[in-house]
Write a protein that binds this ligand. Sequence first.
Ligand code: SAH
Ligand code: MG
Length: 191
Amino acid sequence: MLNRLKEYAINNNIPIMEEEGIVFLTTFIKDNQVKNILEIGSAIGYSAINMALVDKDIIITTVERDTDRYLQAVKNIKKFNLKDRIKIIEADALDIVLEDKYDLIFIDAAKSQYIKFFEKFKNNLNDNGFIVTDNLKFHGLTNNVDIIKSRNLRALVRKINNYVVFLKNNQEFITEFIDIGDGISISQRNK
Ligand code: SAH
Ligand code: MG
């Protein structure tokens, strides 16, 4: 069933997390006994479902602003019988206020707004929690900004690179960069 969901996403150009990244993320969740997760950018629910299936005690809140994708995610979450453990919110993540604290915050929405997501949702992180970000390599483009012909794409890739610099210079968080999948970072409060 998970494979079918993955195939559907690939065939419909829905940018789900790469297989390698999913394996890394789910292993990380298991190893660190992560229970409460906030995801920014659900798409059709693929990564949220994968994370929820790690352990039956895991509870996820996930946010998606695109109505079509949100509706597909709702359907998929139902199909996997995960309605009780995955709460999906249809909204722009930058417009909502969440009160809860999470063990892990997975940022995987608009790449141009990563710094904003990080600054906003760090307040929802448990003291020992992790902020994980996907797509820091952006399909290998982040090392090759100057050869990108499209202006918009170049601007986007520059923003991702700015985010990496932001993480590296951040005094409040320590970040580890993992060179698998499309490039992942893991940030934890500097104590
Ligand atoms: N995490 C998913 C893939 C997410 S793709 C997976 O791996 O299965 C990124 C999604 O983020 C898109 O569906 C896009 O609509 C959504 N998105 C982008 N910016 C957003 C925002 N500001 N708030 C909520 N969702 C956003
Ligand atoms: Mg991604």
